[in-house]
Design a protein around this ligand. Structure first.
Ligand code: FAD
Length: 361
C-alpha cells in the first residue's frame, strides 16, 4: 500500500509530479489510466473530502496548492481529476448514506471512476430554446418518484471510462435536478470522444440519454431553480480553473528559466512572467482564504492571459525545436487554448475577447 500525500509540502508529491510529468505527452493523446490510478493510490482524491468520509480534508488553499503542482506536471491528468472530484464532492455532500456507502470507497481507491456532465446547465447550449437534457417524473403525483431523463450532455470527460456521472436536467416547470447517474443504466449512450486541439486523452465527448430512469435515491439536489447556484464542487468560474492555468504557466516559465541560464537574453522575459505568476498565485490563495483583492473572474481572466503568453514565450524560446511534436512547448501552447473555452463565465469570455482584440475594458 502506498503512503498518502497528507499535505502539499509532502515529499511524495514531488515524486508523484515527476512521474506525471514523464507521462504527460502520452496523456495528452491517450487516457492516462496509470497516472490516474497512481493519483488515487496516493490519496489525491481524498484531499477533497472530510475525514468522516475517509478524506484528508485539505483546506481550499491547500487544494489549490496541490492543483498548482499537479497541473504543472500533467494538465490532462489534473483536468480529469477536477471533473472526478467535482462529482465526488457533490455525492459526498448530498447526504445520502446509501449512495456514499456504495460509491465513495471504490471511487476513492480508483477502482471505479466518476465524472461530471453539467455544462448544459452553466456554460454550454444555454442559447437553445429547449433544454439539452430534460427530466420528468415517472409518477406525476409522487414527490419521491423516479425521474426519466431525455437529451444529452455535450461534454463529458472520460465518459467511456466512468461508472458514475453527476449530471443535471430541467423539468417542464423549469426547475432542475442534479443526479448521480450510473452509466450502466439502460438508455445511456456514450458517443465516441471528440478529437480535440489538446487534452484529447481526457476522452471528452457527448453522452446521450434516451428515456433513462434514474431512481429517486440518486437525486443529489432539487428540483429547484438554478440547481448549480452555490453548488460545491461543480460550478463555473471556480478557483480551480485558474489554478490549472497558473500551473501550466509554471511549466512553461520553468523552461524559460532553465534556458535563460545559458541564454542571458531570455532572463528578463522569464523574470517578468515568473513575477506575474507569483502575483496571480498570491491572489488565488488570498481568494481561497476569503481575503479577496480581486474577484474570481478577474483572476481567471489574468490566469488565461498569462497561460497563453507564457506557453508561447516558451515556444518562442525553444525556437524551431519547440515546434517539433516531441517538444513539450508545442503541447503547452495547444493546452493553453483550452482555458479560452473551459468553464468560462460570460464576464471571463468578454475579458478574453477584449484582451485578444487589444481593447482595454
Ligand atoms: C476538452 C473539454 C472538456 C470538457 N469537459 C467537461 C466535463 O467533463 N463536464 C462538463 O460539464 N463540461 C465540460 N466541458 C464544457 C465546458 O466547460 C464548456 O461548457 C464548453 O466548452 C462550452 O462550449 P460549447 O461549445 O458547448 O458552448 P455553446 O454556448 O453551446 O456554443 C456552441 C456553439 O453555439 C453557437 N452559439 C453560442 N452562443 C450562442 C448564442 N448566444 N446565440 C447563437 N448561437 C450561439 C456558436 O456557434 C458556438 O460555437 C468541456 C469542454 C472541453 C472543450
Amino acid at each position: 500500500m502506498r503512503v498518502m500525500i497528507e499535505s502539499p509540502a509532502a515529499p511524495q508529491l514531488d515524486s508523484l509530479c515527476t512521474l506525471l510529468s514523464s507521462c504527460a505527452e502520452t496523456a495528452d493523446a491517450h487516457w492516462p489510466a496509470d497516472s490516474l490510478q497512481r493519483c488515487a493510490e496516493e490519496g489525491v482524491l481524498r484531499w477533497f473530502l472530510p475525514e468522516d468520509q475517509d478524506g484528508l480534508d485539505w483546506s481550499e488553499a491547500d487544494l489549490l496548492r496541490g492543483y498548482l503542482r499537479l497541473s504543472a506536471a500533467c494538465l490532462t491528468t489534473t483536468f480529469i481529476i477536477t471533473q472526478a472530484t467535482g462529482a465526488l464532492k457533490r455525492i459526498a455532500s448530498a447526504g445520502s448514506r446509501e449512495l456514499c456507502d456504495r460509491w465513495l470507497p471504490p471511487l476513492l481507491s480508483g477502482e471505479r471512476i466518476c465524472t461530471l456532465g453539467i455544462s448544459h446547465l452553466t456554460t454550454s447550449r444555454r442559447h437553445l430554446a429547449k433544454p439539452a437534457l430534460a427530466a420528468r417524473r415517472a409518477q406525476i403525483d409522487d414527490p419521491q418518484s423516479d425521474f426519466i431523463l431525455d437529451g444529452y450532455s455535450a461534454w463529458v470527460t472520460g465518459a467511456a471510462h466512468a461508472d458514475l456521472m453527476v449530471t443535471g436536467a430541467q423539468l417542464e416547470d423549469e426547475t432542475q435536478i442534479l443526479v448521480a447517474l450510473p452509466t450502466e443504466l439502460p438508455g445511456v449512450t456514450v458517443e465516441p470522444p471528440a478529437r480535440l486541439v489538446g487534452l484529447s486523452g481526457s476522452d471528452t465527448g457527448p453522452v446521450r440519454l434516451g428515456g433513462v430512469r434514474v431512481p429517486y435515491s440518486h437525486v443529489l439536489d432539487g428540483p429547484t431553480t438554478n440547481v448549480m447556484q452555490g453548488a460545491t464542487g461543480a460550478k463555473t468560474g471556480g478557483l480551480q480553473t485558474s489554478a490549472l492555468a497558473i500551473g501550466l504557466s509554471s511549466a512553461a516559465i520553468e523552461l524559460l528559466e532553465t534556458e535563460s541560464v545559458r541564454r542571458g537574453e531570455l532572463s528578463q522575459a522569464a523574470a517578468e512572467l515568473a513575477a506575474e505568476r507569483d502575483r496571480l498565485t498570491s491572489s488565488l490563495l488570498a481568494l481561497a482564504e476569503g481575503d479577496a483583492a480581486c474577484s474570481a473572474d478577474e483572476l481567471r481572466a489574468g490566469a488565461n492571459s498569462l497561460v497563453l503568453r507564457a506557453t508561447q514565450a516558451a515556444l518562442a524560446a525553444a525556437k524551431g525545436a519547440g515546434y517539433a511534436q516531441a517538444h513539450p512547448a508545442g503541447r503547452w501552447c495547444r493546452q493553453a487554448l483550452f482555458f479560452l473555452v473551459w468553464s468560462c463565465p460570460a464576464q471571463v469570455l468578454q475579458a478574453n475577447l477584449c484582451e485578444l482584440a487589444g481593447m482595454s475594458e
